[in-house]
Design a protein around this ligand. Structure first.
Ligand SMILES: Cc1cc2nc3c(=O)[nH]c(=O)nc-3n(C[C@H](O)[C@H](O)[C@H](O)COP(=O)(O)O)c2cc1C
Length: 342
């Protein structure tokens, strides 16, 4: 029997889901190509990067991993059986993954149950949560989701949570005291009139915590009036640390898939999420976040709870690039959505 080709409409819906993934500062650091002969989608790193915040491009790989996970979910939803190969070609380091589409067996068990709808509904929520605890069975589902993808999602006790938030607050203070990092972050914030396809609109930013307990990232820096007025955040935060035992590029891509799977599971249960990545941006604080676990490479602190939906962030129109394109070739601007010299 001939295997059907992937038509343009299918490809469009696959990529639509892929780019709904979260990405650091909404950089959307991915590009896609289609190899029609092997029915494989090629996922490449894009040149939009954050040299100060993410010099090793670990967060970029997490973001691309999340897009790969969404591709898998959408492909399964459309009746395909996706096979992912991470870093398939050592001679082509910019090719981060291929997703090969096989026709799913007619009796295949539904995978990723309920996650497809969550892809479009998930948004980062930087607002205060109500403080109503997320029940244990939902937390366990999130932990299981990360484990299926080969990562650990660890929910600390009260003292552990305070410790991780305190380290994140230290990182946030260092970022705020560093004019170059503040400028890099600020370059990814958009005002409504800018209508840019990358970066975070002012309307999606959150307030500061009046009690000073929740170290939400300050994207706007010292510019007055850009951030909404401060509010009181939940007293007992629920957070989870995402980590892998190794720190290679494939581990980052796996962690990104685990992150997105856990976020989509949370969304399916009506749980809101936001990310606190600041401590991962300072090697000494990242190492302290890991302690006392041995062989723990932390990637992200995920905050979760009940509360308002997060604001929408834009996405660039998806267009395919030829699959044999060299990683360097791009017409995108590297230093921020407004351009710059990088
Ligand atoms: C690796 C990674 C790190 C992130 N770090 C932060 C963070 O420190 N603070 C924050 O408010 N959002 C953080 N985010 C969320 C992104 O800003 C968000 O995904 C992006 O703006 C797109 O918005 P959306 O998640 O609502 O689709 C992070 C996302 C990723 C993937």
């Amino acid at each position: 029997m001939r295997t059907p080709a992937v038509d343009a409409t299918t490809l469009e819906s696959l990529l639509y889901s892929a780019v709904a993934a979260p990405s650091i500062h909404n950089t959307q650091p991915w590009r896609f190509g289609m190899d029609a002969d092997t029915r494989s989608i090629h996922v490449r790193a894009d040149s939009r990067s954050l040299p100060l915040t993410d010099p090793r491009q670990r967060a970029q790989h997490l973001s691309v991993g999340a897009a790969v996970f969404n591709l898998r979910v959408a492909a399964a939803h459309l009746g395909w059986d996706p096979l992912v190969t991470l870093l398939p070609d050592p001679r082509d380091p910019g090719l981060l993954a291929t997703v090969r589409l096989f026709v799913a067996a007619p009796d295949a068990q539904p995978s990723y149950a309920g996650l497809y709808d969550a892809v479009a509904r998930r948004h980062t929520s930087r607002m205060p949560f109500t403080g109503r605890p997320v029940p244990e069975h939902i937390v366990l589902e999130m932990v299981k989701a990360a484990r299926i993808e080969g990562a650990h999602l660890e929910v600390p006790d009260f003292a552990g949570t305070r410790r991780l938030l305190s380290l994140t607050a230290q990182a946030e203070a260092r970022n705020a005291a560093d004019p170059a990092r503040t400028a890099e972050t600020r370059a990814w914030v958009n005002t409504p009139d800018m209508r840019l396809p990358h970066g975070i609109p002012l309307t999606s930013l959150g307030p500061r915590d009046t009690a000073g307990r929740m170290p939400m990232r300050d994207f706007t820096g010292p510019l007055p009036g850009l951030r909404p007025p401060a509010l009181r955040f939940e007293r007992h935060a629920q957070v989870a640390l995402l980590w892998t035992p190794h720190d290679r590029r494939e581990d980052w891509l796996r962690a990104g898939q685990a992150m997105e799977r856990a976020l989509l599971v949370a969304t399916r249960f009506g749980v809101r999420t936001s990310m606190l990545h600041q401590a991962m941006e300072w090697p000494d604080l990242r190492a302290t976040m890991a302690a006392p676990r041995l062989r723990c490479r932390p990637h992200l602190l995920i905050r979760f709870g009940y509360g308002p939906e997060g604001g929408r962030t834009p996405r660039a129109a998806t267009r395919l690039t030829p699959t044999d394109e060299t990683p360097a070739g791009t017409d995108e601007t590297p230093a921020g959505p407004t351009g710059g010299t990088g």
